[in-house]
Design a protein around this ligand. Sequence first.
Ligand SMILES: [Zn+2]
Length: 367
Amino acid sequence: MRIPGALALLLIAAASSAASDNVILITLDGVRIQELFSGFDPELLDRADDSGIYDPEVTRGRYWRESPEERREALMPFFWKTLAPMGVVLGNKAKGSRVTVRNQHWFSYPGYSEILTGRPQPDVESNDIVRYPHVTVLEHARRKLGLETKEVVQIGSWDGFEVAAASRDDAFFMSGAYDFVSPELATPEMDRIAGLRRRVMQLWEESSNDVLTFELARAYLREHRPRVMWLGLGQSDDWAHARRYDRLLDYLHLADELLKDLWETVQSLETHRDRTTLVLTTDHGRGVTPRDWADHDFGIEGCQDIWVAVIGPETPDFGELSDTAPVHQSDVAATILKLLGLDYRELDPEAGPPIDAAFRESAERAK
Ligand SMILES: [Zn+2]
């Protein structure tokens, strides 16, 4: 059959502007490349004083295996066996793939700001709960795609996520650590979860429970079908600061189950099935020695190393990548915009570029 010229042009235009309908950004606070790519860190195996592991035999039984690949699959089976093979995972330094932060702080807010605005912001130099005037990828996407305020959403376990999410309070629906969902968007289920979240005590009062935050986000996702969503989880950082390596590993195992639940929910929704890209990353790494693993700050070697995973219809299914060009935390914003069919230069011409390896078209070009 001959395709009429005009139709052919339309088809070409459609193909070249291929995009994900939806993007969900998931951040896991302060998760090192050591655990993500290699599971239980051998450096901490026989160092009870430094690891803080309460019952070494139990933790060893749960997560110790001989090879890094077996260990990471024991720790995060869904991520490594199901999710990763459907997309790309960057940042395994041992295999020649490096992802680093460009900011000179190596703690949370500067990291989230770099992720969301596409560059280190010089004035973001503390974790104070303050909103800065920098336009983020979330509000930019909302404006360019002409979305309703409820179609872009930030839900997270720390108030810092709420202020990092946008340059203004009314940009879209944002929720701090203990907030209820605003009445016009809430359902009885969301109110119940948010109520529970206020009552479940955490190690430190700044952050709320990640399982309940996750359930709140999932209820919102089902009800309002947001096109762009940022889910910020934080307990990995809490357990590490508390120097409880056993609880950190248990937490990562739990976070893996949450990723499975999220994926299944996404696939159960007509609006999202096979049209949604998950972008997973972290705000900073941590130290690499048995003494330093719990900490992170500028100058502690290892804190600059992070990782990024992209899973969705625009992304090749290569799984873990090795020998990649250097990638930065600043490149996440442009990647999200490109996934949505937008040009990052309209957000900020100086922002980091999209991660080439996350796009099928670039992978095909490179062949
Ligand atoms: Zn921290």
